[in-house]
Design a protein around this ligand. Structure first.
Ligand code: NAD
Length: 436
């Protein structure tokens, strides 16, 4: 099939490279000309494991192309995927302007019978609204619209796309469903469950899935708060409850709260949709509140340990990406926590293996460091906020030896309290009592 993808970001690029890998002819289009030029030079503008190799082999096989020109790049497409951003508006609802703009951009140039596939995460009803936008621009053109939400995770995007637990698509038009079935046939042939449903259901499935996963994180973080107060260990509690197959063990790692480009904005949009349609999502409203308060709470734990020395203290922050194996810093807990420390007079040194360039655009007054030891040097405290493997492997005695102070806040539970024996550190972690 001939496919075009509008938006060559984390989702669009991965989708494009993976659909080419499944044998389709794919053009990825982005309005950012510099990004397209880099892609054409064989460069991947984001950090995503395995994506570079997949792109290179599919470019070489003549199946994957890049363009900054929508008009010429969608004219022959059997299906056009919209994979542009859907950020939050100030009221929590989503900003659909990029999706609407993309729909307007393709309306005049798609061929008859083209299927417009919305891959961006959008609130229920969006496909219906986009259908009207395209019809308005193009009049009598016969085209179909479908929703095909994406469930990939940054850091494992390629394998998530090529070996998913399910593919979901929805359309009220059987012709669109037939085209999507054809597109995903190579995955169905490998045994992947491909769920076909209505447009509205597909849109609702994406938000409900993310809201539920975020609830698991919020819940275990609340349990962690209780463990800290009563001498429990959240890892043991999570392991114990996770053995019940109705609960499951995934997504029960307590930590600094959820961040990234999806959970915060998708939970806000889900809650806003509930308010708009008189179906309040009280659980999600409470979850959002708790998650937003978490960065301040964790900063205050560190400040309380530092006491009157907080003003003027040097703190090393290890990890700026919202999670490991990505350079994405959107709504990263790290970026939310740092300003609370700065407000209390702390000086921040920071390190991240991949995300320092992105973080530098959003933070002021930070010294970026070459590695974790460099960041920890002469610091009064070290806070770990991203679970990079290179931090797990740190020589803690060397790290402690280079510090001026003795505070280690391990907000990803990379180590066990027993690892602190003989280190003379004050060890704060999540959901476990502090060790002095
Ligand atoms: P992104 O910001 O990385 O990429 C969006 C790209 O679209 C940008 O490169 C931008 O230049 C381009 N763009 C915007 N308008 C355009 C237009 N009219 N024509 C051409 N290009 C245009 O965003 P992302 O992280 O890939 O997310 C895209 C969508 O997928 C969002 O709705 C998001 O919620 C959803 N999603 C993201 C993830 C994830 O992990 N990032 C996972 C699942 C779903």
């Amino acid at each position: 099939m001939r496919l075009s993808i509008i938006g060559a970001g984390y989702v669009g690029l991965t989708t494009g490279a993976c659909l080419a890998e499944l044998g389709h002819h794919v053009i990825c289009i982005d309005m950012n000309e510099e990004r397209v030029a880099r892609l054409r030079d064989g460069e991947v503008p984001i950090y995503e494991p395995d994506l570079h190799d997949l792109m290179t082999s599919n470019i070489g096989a003549g199946r994957l192309f890049f363009s900054a020109d929508t008009a010429t790049s969608v004219a022959d497409a059997d299906a056009v995927f919209i994979a542009v951003g859907t950020p939050s508006l100030v009221d929590g609802d989503i900003d659909l302007s990029f999706v609407q703009e993309a729909a307007r951009g393709i309306a005049k140039v798609i061929k008859p019978n083209c299927v417009v596939v919305v891959k961006s995460t959008v609130v229920v009803g969006t496909c219906k609204a986009l259908r009207e936008i395209i019809a308005e621009e193009r009049g009598a053109l016969d085209f179909s619209i479908a929703s095909n939400p994406e469930f990939l995770r940054e850091g494992t995007a390629v394998s998530d796309f090529l070996e998913p637990e399910r593919v979901v698509f929805g359309s009220d038009d059987p012709r669109a469903c037939a085209v999507l079935e054809q597109i995903y046939k190579p995955l169905a042939d490998r045994g992947v469950t491909v769920m076909r449903t209505s447009n509205a259901n597909a849109e609702l499935i994406k938000y409900s899935a993310n809201a539920f996963l975020a609830l698991k994180i919020g819940f275990i973080n609340d349990v962690a708060n209780l463990c800290e107060q009563v001498g429990g260990d959240v890892s043991a509690v999570a392991a114990g409850i996770g053995l019940d197959s109705r609960i499951g063990s995934a997504f029960l790692s307590a930590g600094p709260g959820f961040g990234g480009s999806c959970f915060p904005k998708d939970t806000r949009a889900f809650a806003a949709t509930g308010r708009k349609h008189d179906a309040p999502q009280g659980l999600i409203e409470t979850l959002i509140e708790g998650n937003e308060a978490r960065s301040q709470m964790l900063a205050e734990r560190v400040l309380a340990e530092l006491g009157s020395d907080a003003d003027g203290a040097t703190i090393a922050v290890l990890g700026l990406a919202f999670k490991a194996n990505t350079d994405d810093t959107r709504e990263s807990p790290s970026l939310a926590l740092i300003p609370w420390l700065q407000k209390a007079g702390c000086r921040i040194k920071a390190h991240d293996p991949k995300a320092m360039m992105e973080a530098a655009k959003q933070l002021d007054d930070i010294s970026f460091c070459e590695d974790a030891y460099d960041a920890a040097k002469d610091s009064d405290g070290v806070i770990v906020l991203t679970e990079w493997d290179e931090y797990r492997r740190l020589d803690l005695a060397r790290l402690a030896g280079t510090m001026r102070g003795s505070l280690l806040a391990d907000y990803r539970n990379l180590w066990l309290p027993s690892d602190m024996t003989d280190l003379d550190l004050t060890y704060l972690s999540i959901g476990r009592p502090t060790i002095h």
